[in-house]
Design a protein around this ligand. Structure first.
Ligand code: ATP
Length: 347
């Protein structure tokens, strides 16, 4: 990642944020590309909302700067910069109609009434709510209110749309449905979206670019399948989905010794002492690891199985097995791991 990325729409350069003794952000640099869907993902307290607030101009950073379209926006008020924000609680005006809510930002910008109502209607059509133009927000469902908030933010044609846990208040089913809609709307309007969440499934469903945050720093970033499949750090491997982590030592080219035996992997490994992360979907029934099943959770389309290998009582090997797999608690099983799918991490 370079802070000199000339193609970037937004350049976040060496941002730090101190709150008394707390370092909420510690020298964060990030480039956001035009038309991209960037998701800031991380556990509670990792600094996601602080970074979004600095992007939106709601917070002045202790150090560093923010450039949008090449212009330094660091000290600029929220209303002056080319960003708009969708908050988790939607913040709609209850006494105004849906149409007036959406047109509000245009009114603030002095756009004439006929034009702002026409643009508000177009935007409501885009989110599939033009029929609700004259309704009041309380007459809408949570998902519909979220779409009004989205239309209200997009109508002012921001260069960057900032979304802070926008689906946090919705139930799981609606949340998944709104993820599909958000992604489709983003592709249609082509605006760069920056979306904060702590839900890794949501991040993978939406992002072109995932930024994993931990303790005020960027831990890893890239395409969702790269960040999930080849995480750069142990933190990312455990935060993005589940995995079993083993200590390993490298015994010559591509040979790794672990408590589960020796694995031969392709390519050189830089350091002699490593960690190996094993995704549950890369563990199968059949193989030379003998183990006893300790937990089975039926999850509808698969079984989530934990097994303790013979001679390695500290290891709880997680496996995602087909739903009809004949496994039950206390049963001896033999398991196999595809060595090409092992994730090698520096220790
Ligand atoms: P969450 O998912 O819980 O919202 P987050 O990743 O968005 O978490 P932030 O809200 O950015 O995290 O907080 C990062 C750190 O900064 C935390 O330790 C938090 O307690 C602290 N912090 C955030 N805002 C303030 C503030 N206004 N005053 C003092 N400390 C703050």
């Amino acid at each position: 990642m370079s802070t000199l990325d000339m193609s970037a729409l937004v350049s976040i350069e060496h941002i730090s944020q101190d709150f008394g003794q707390t370092k909420a952000l510690d020298d964060v640099s990030l480039a956001i590309q035009p038309g991209s869907y960037t998701v800031l993902l991380g556990p509670s307290g990792s600094g996601k909302t602080t970074l979004l607030s600095i992007l939106g101009g709601f917070l002045q950073p202790s150090a560093g700067r923010v450039l949008i379209g090449g212009a330094d926006c660091t000290g600029m008020a929220p209303a002056k910069r080319p960003t708009a924000t969708v908050f988790q609680d939607y913040a709609l005006f209850p006494h105004m109609s849906v149409g007036s809510n959406v047109a509000f930002g245009l009114r603030m910008r002095g756009i004439a009434k006929a034009e702002r109502l026409a643009r508000a209607l177009d935007m409501l059509r885009l989110v599939g709510l033009d029929q609700a133009f004259d309704n009041k927000p309380h007459q809408l469902s949570g998902g519909q209110r979220q779409r009004v908030a989205l239309a209200r933010a997009l109508v002012v044609e921001p260069a960057v749309l900032l979304l802070d846990e926008p689906l946090g208040a919705l139930d799981l089913k609606l949340r998944r449905q709104m993820q599909d809609e958000l992604k489709a709307i983003q592709k249609r309007v082509g605006t760069a979206f920056v979306h904060v969440t702590h839900d890794q499934e949501e991040a993978m469903a939406l992002a072109d670019h995932i930024v994993v945050m931990n303790n005020g720093r960027i831990e890893d970033q890239g395409l969702p399948d790269r960040v999930y499949g080849r995480p750069a750090t142990r933190f990312t491997a455990t935060f993005m989905g589940e995995s079993t982590i083993l200590a390993g030592s490298v015994e010559g080219k591509g040979r790794i010794r672990t408590a589960l035996g020796v694995f031969e992997v392709a390519g050189d490994i830089a350091s002699p002492e490593i960690h190996v992360a094993i995704r549950p979907e890369h563990v199968q029934l059949g193989g030379d690891i003998l183990a006893i099943v300790t937990h089975v959770v039926y999850q509808g389309s698969f079984k989530r199985v934990t097994a303790v290998p013979n001679g390695a009582p500290d290891i709880h090997l997680l496996a995602r097995l087909p739903a009809d797999s004949p496994v039950s608690v206390d049963m001896p099983v033999s398991l196999g791991i595809d060595p090409d799918r092992l994730i090698i991490l520096a220790r």
